[in-house]
Design a protein around this ligand. Structure first.
Ligand code: SAM
Length: 386
């Protein structure tokens, strides 16, 4: 039995049914044995599935081109900031950071000289791996395990003027999984129990407050339930099928609020696959969006092999957008990755010498990044600004 399985079994023995969010947190991030802790990086591909970063360096170069334009804009404000910040969260193996920094150094050296690159990464192991990838950019890059580490502790706080961004971060945050009990018109939370040697789905005990009701769940899970997050109209709940399943991700919303609080001036951007509320509450999504990826294949068996498979759920962009707007950010763009990158490429094509080489290799990468059947449609971009 793997040490991680043993840890999860112990938690179930202590707490009874474990919320799925706790299970997912352990499966992905348990020190020394969670998926992102032990995962070996394979060059070109991110192990169990393919990301925009693995398509090649063009993705980072296009982002760098766009970030440079936003940073130029910040330099027009008075008083002019003396340093600017690019802050990436969840940098995984550091490759995207390397692609961005390399392009900026080659094409915008004067801007590069004003820049600090901060990486928010809670995993010490991941930080080590990123430091190895980024050794050539060493003095310019700083690491923090979270946003609170950024404030006050270090000798010089990083600038709060710049761009905070992430690629495929929010989909990797632990989700709560809820089912709809049509008879009782209430949500229940799915958790994980042990049956023999197997992890199995089980309802968390303690019922949740009905829609619009004021009674908190016996286990305090009420605040994470769809009732409190989605404000669903009773007309929808009346027709929601029994067992309808949906995830909520308070961790992603809280993370977005923390990032918004750090940003004094600039942009907050995330790229990920995800849906809006309207798209989530559709008959085709009745089983939720939670998936496991194991050796390049998607599987619904999310409780199998903890630590050996990636677990992920679609980002709910409506809740993320509201979280940012609640912190005073303005939503600038919510679009597909194809639309976002095509707008950048249009500006490059009008002024090709501002970018650098664009030949057959770049065309191939651009197609992978923007084609609707590849990464262009499923991946979306949310940009908010202050
Ligand atoms: C799916 S990977 C990111 C993929 C990578 N950005 C890419 O484009 O290939 C998720 C990463 O987020 C990190 N992570 C998890 N929780 C985080 C948090 N709260 N803040 C920052 N990074 C986090 C993980 O350690 C892991 O490195």
């Amino acid at each position: 039995m793997s040490p991680l399985v043993e840890i999860i079994r112990r938690k179930i023995a202590e707490h009874g049914v474990l919320s799925f969010a706790r299970f997912m947190e352990q499966a992905l991030y348990c020190p020394n044995s969670g998926y992102y802790e032990v995962k070996k990086d394979s060059p070109g591909r991110r192990g169990d599935f393919y990301t925009s970063v693995s398509a090649g360096e063009l993705f980072g170069q296009l982002l760098a081109f766009q970030f440079a334009a936003w940073l130029d804009e910040l330099m027009t404000f008075k008083p002019q900031p003396s340093t600017l910040n690019l802050c990436e969260a969840g940098a995984h193996d550091g490759r995207l950071a390397a692609d961005i920094l390399k392009w900026l150094q080659a094409h915008r050296p004067e801007l590069s000289a004003l820049l600090e690159y901060c990486i928010i990464e809670p995993s010490a192991r991941r930080q080590e791996c990123q430091k190895a990838t980024l050794k050539n950019f060493a003095p310019r890059v700083r690491w923090f395990s979270n946003f609170s580490g950024w404030v006050g502790r270090d000798s010089v706080e990083p600038s709060r003027h710049g761009v905070i961004f992430s690629n495929e971060l929010l989909d990797a945050m632990p989700v709560h999984r809820f089912g709809w009990d049509a008879k009782n018109q209430e949500w229940f939370e799915w958790g994980v129990a042990l049956e023999g040697d197997q992890f199995v789905w089980a309802r968390c005990s303690g019922s949740l407050a009905p829609q619009g009701g004021g009674r908190a769940g016996a286990r305090g899970t009420f605040e994470n339930s769809p009732s409190s997050i989605f404000h669903l109209p009773s007309s929808l709940l009346k027709v929601l099928p029994d067992g309808y399943t949906i995830e909520t991700c308070p961790a992603a919303e809280n993370w977005w609020r923390e990032a918004a609080a750090i940003l004094e001036r600039g942009r907050l951007l995330t790229i990920d696959y995800g849906l809006t509320n309207d798209e989530l509450f559709s008959p085709g999504r009745a089983r939720g969006t939670l998936r496991a990826y194991f050796r390049h294949h998607a599987t619904d068996d999310v409780l199998a092999n903890p630590g050996e498979q990636d677990l992920t759920a679609h980002v709910n962009f409506s809740t993320i957008q509201s979280a940012g707007e609640g912190c005073g950010l303005k939503t600038e763009t919510f679009s597909s990755q194809a639309q976002f990158l095509t707008r950048i490429a249009e500006r490059i094509f009008r002024n090709p010498e501002s970018f650098g080489e664009w030949g057959a290799k770049q065309n191939r990468q651009f197609q992978t990044l923007t084609h609707p059947e590849h990464l262009g449609r499923a991946f979306r971009v949310l940009i908010q600004s202050r």
